[in-house]
Design a protein around this ligand. Structure first.
Ligand code: ATP
Length: 448
């Protein structure tokens, strides 16, 4: 099941503290959102899952965290200064500006101006003087500094082909029409891998990464039934791409891109390299007059080659939205009531366990509950919450709605026999368990 519409998700996100409009008290800032107490946990868990599957599970992949402020030369040679723009039109009737492929049906063709190019990069002044000369860009993708650090990583890790560099971080795009909640925003995070291979091995590596990325999304609770693959036609390919496969997801507002997996050939390394003429670069690159580094690697025979690169690039916000949408269920209960339950995979749940004392004013119960919480928290499994509302029913409803897999209730019996009630989010079944058994039960449940 999924949410009926985006409004349901937006309401849940605000009510429970997942996502707020940024600068809300001053009327907001369009296309920018803040992640609240639960949102930051879910977002961190998504990023952690991606990082583990990329960097920890693969000995041939290294991590990187590069700067957001970017030297303009990086984005000149990457092609972004010249080509990172969308054609846009103004509607003279409603006075709004739209991307050509996103004009709403309510605007008439005769009211639209001729399309004009609009560069999507944010520029900012660097240093004390705003003279228009000393500026930097806020990076529009995290990928470029992976390429500019290629030699640093090779030299410091002695990597040989094939190998990858993974990075998670903020990206900024001055989108003309940010919309659909956190689907299209101006400030977002990307999870990007650049996987370098010998030219000729690129097609196979591309296919392999498409499959690996699909299985990762399935593990995050986004099933294949909600996914379509889009083999981007030649005329729509980005200037650097030989082939791109987009993973499209059935968002509440329609089927759109969740992640793109591109074969960027040797375009980027070739573009940022010195001595381009010596390197047999296959892509059509700008002549580089500024780089001081040869971005190439030696093969087994000692010959220099510029690797091709496969890039799976996913947006954290779009992932968040897809995962939340898939997890969202409204269930009919026996007594004519309904409950909202987020069936999140346990490794993604913002709160792992809620510990609920039956009586909030009973010191003995509260202290025992606190002990159970502290012991569980020490296991490093994520956030364990001590929920001292004194209202069990209300606490269960809240934790269903935010996707907490396990609730543990401490009652009078617990004081006698050191046992607790464990309640399962999905089945709502309750069982008794001794306090000693809790840790191993919780560890097992969270790994499932
Ligand atoms: P679109 O066609 O939807 O604008 P794109 O093809 O420009 O997306 P890429 O440049 O391939 O996107 O970026 C890789 C990923 O970054 C996308 O698959 C998406 O998940 C994410 N992303 C890109 N732009 C945005 C945005 N404005 N807001 C949120 N996520 C974004």
């Amino acid at each position: 099941m999924a949410a009926e519409n985006m409004d349901k998700l937006v309401a849940l996100c605000k009510r429970r503290g997942f996502i707020y409009q940024s600068s809300d008290i001053y009327g907001g800032l369009q296309g920018v959102y803040d992640f609240g107490p639960l949102g930051v946990e879910l977002k961190n868990n998504i990023k952690k899952s991606w990082w583990e599957s990329m960097v920890y599970d693969n000995d041939d992949i290294e991590g990187l965290d590069s700067s957001i402020l970017t030297n303009p030369l990086v984005l000149k040679y990457s092609g972004h200064e010249d080509t990172f723009s969308d054609p846009m039109v103004d509607c003279t009737s409603c006075n709004m500006r739209f991307r050509v492929d996103q004009v709403p049906e309510s605007c008439k063709k005769e009211d639209l101006t001729e399309p004009r190019q609009f560069n999507l990069m944010f520029k900012t002044n660097v240093g004390p003087i705003d003279d228009g000369e000393s500026f930097a860009y806020l990076r529009p993708e995290t990928a470029q500094q992976i390429f500019t650090n290629f030699k640093n990583v090779v030299d410091s890790t002695s990597k040989t082909l094939p190998f990858g560099i993974a990075q998670i971080g903020k990206a900024f795009r001055n989108e003309i029409t940010p919309r659909n909640f956190i689907f299209r925003v101006r400030e977002f995070e990307q999870m990007e891998l650049e996987y370098f291979v010998k030219p000729g091995k690129d097609d196979l590596a591309h296919d392999t990464w498409v499959q690996k990325r699909l299985s990762w999304w399935v593990q995050q609770g986004v099933p294949m039934e909600s996914i379509e693959l889009y083999d981007v036609p030649k005329e729509e390919l980005a200037h650097y791409s030989k082939k791109t496969v987009d993973i499209m997801y059935k968002f509440p507002h329609g089927v759109e891109e969740l992640e793109g997996i591109a074969n960027r050939t040797d375009f980027d390394l070739g573009s940022h390299s010195k001595k381009q003429k010596d390197l047999n670069i296959k892509a059509d690159v700008l002549e580089n007059k500024n780089s001081n580094s040869k971005l190439a690697i030696q093969d087994d025979n000692g010959n220099w080659l510029v690797p091709f690169v496969i890039e799976p690039s996913a947006g954290v916000e779009r992932g968040f939205l897809a995962i939340l949408n898939e997890a969202y269920h409204i269930e009919q209960l026996d007594d004519d009531k309904t409950r909202v339950v987020l069936r999140l995979a346990p490794h993604l749940s913002p709160v792992k366990v809620a510990i609920i004392p039956l009586k909030k004013n009973n010191n003995e119960i509260v202290e025992l509950a606190m002990d159970v919480k502290n012991d569980l928290q020490k296991l490093g499994l994520g956030r364990i919450i001590f929920e001292n509302t004194g209202n069990i029913g209300k606490s269960y409803r809240k934790h269903d709605e935010i996707g907490t897999p396990i609730c543990i209730t401490i009652d009078f019996e617990s004081l006698e026999d050191k046992s607790v009630t464990i309640r399962d989010r999905d089945s709502m079944e309750q069982s008794r368990m001794s306090i000693q058994e809790i840790s191993s039960f919780v560890i097992k449940k969270l790994k499932s």
